[in-house]
Design a protein around this ligand. Structure first.
Ligand code: GFB
Length: 311
């Protein structure tokens, strides 16, 4: 990519897309295009094709998706599979037809089998059953990464994919029904502290292990791949480190400075027991994460307090 190349970041207002835009700007890219949902509905094929025909982006980061935490995924599987397939089909095919030079498709670590060996290597994809709570989203993402592979294999399109682990950071969704665990617990601990409540409810047993990557690190890794990687196989992006949900809750409790207790609600699902990415492929290519978990949580909490006030 040249510094003046026209780069379209699909989903530029979301957690992932906004971080990619920040990273591109920091690196001196000056010609970045974004469209809000009301300006361009990526589920509408005709509108997407018109946009590509008129704007002719040279590079595309496909960071637009219907996303959510365990509850949203588990309760709206039809919406998750259909909307994600629509968005990615429209953008990938338009990128191909209107001769985009390179596209990066973003997926998720939930594409891997529930019980696959840990840490998870890229090659473990499709070696077993998926985790039921996010099967719909995972199937859409698997279709997207395979579609990129097949456009590369059949037509030589330079479409690559990366699979980030659980992400968090500025512009996250802090809605308690649809969010991921990190923003949910930041909000819960903050509100419990402000309201002097005796405890915070944590879903599940607290035993599942998760790996968390700050979205600024993820964005840096995505731009690195766009600049340096042209392979057919997708690439994992993560830290290679994991914590239990209980430990995560304890760290957030400390950061927020809440003095009450944790209560685990085992009526709520745990989801997959463990999903730790093997990030050796990306490290061998020359990229590694920088933001340690506690510092990232402090950063997210500051962002939440500032933006919560504005609402
Ligand atoms: O982040 P999360 O919603 O998604 O939940 P997944 C992770 C773990 O945190 C689960 C527990 O074991 C939850 O039960 N947890 C504890 C909570 N308290 C809470 C809470 O207040 N809210 C939430 N949301 N969780 C998602 C997938 O799975 O991961 C998506 O559904 C995507 O497809 C995403 O891949 C990265 O890590 O279980």
């Amino acid at each position: 990519m040249e510094k003046g190349s026209k780069i379209y970041v699909a989903g530029h207002r979301g957690l992932v897309g906004s971080a990619i835009v920040r990273n591109l700007k920091e690196k001196g890219y000056i010609n970045i295009v974004g469209k809000t949902h009301s300006e361009l509905d990526l589920k509408n094929q005709a509108d997407v094709r018109k946009f590509f025909e008129e704007e002719k982006p040279e590079y595309v980061f496909l960071a637009a998706a219907k996303v959510g935490g365990i509850n949203a995924n588990n309760t709206a599987p039809a919406d998750f599979i259909y909307e994600n397939l629509e968005i990615q089909n429209n953008v990938i095919k338009a990128a191909f037809d209107f001769k985009v030079k390179k596209l990066l498709f973003l997926g998720s670590s939930c594409i891997y089998p529930k019980m696959c060996p840990q840490p998870i290597k890229e090659e473990y994809l499709l070696s077993g059953y998926l985790e039921p709570t996010n099967e719909a989203y995972a199937l859409a993402k698997i279709a997207g990464l395979k579609m990129c592979q097949f456009f590369k294999r059949q037509y030589g399109a330079n479409f690559i994919s990366c699979m980030p682990t659980n992400l968090y950071g500025p512009n996250d969704n802090f809605d308690l029904n649809s969010s991921h665990v990190m923003p949910a617990l930041i909000r819960k601990f903050h509100e419990a502290k402000v309201n002097n409540e005796p405890y915070v409810e944590v879903w599940g047993t607290g035993k599942p292990l998760r790996e968390f990557l700050h979205v600024d690190d993820m964005a840096d890794g995505c731009v690195f791949l766009m600049e340096n990687y042209n392979g057919e196989e997708h690439v994992n992006i993560g830290t290679g480190r994991e914590v239990t949900i209980k430990k995560l809750a304890e760290i957030i409790k400390e950061v927020v400075d809440f003095e009450g207790e944790l209560r685990f609600n085992t009526e709520k699902p745990d989801g997959t027991p463990r999903k730790l990415l093997d990030v050796s492929k990306l490290e061998e290519l020359g990229w590694k994460y920088k933001i340690e978990l506690r510092n990232g949580i402090i950063d997210s909490y500051i962002w939440f307090k500032e933006n919560n006030k504005k609402q």
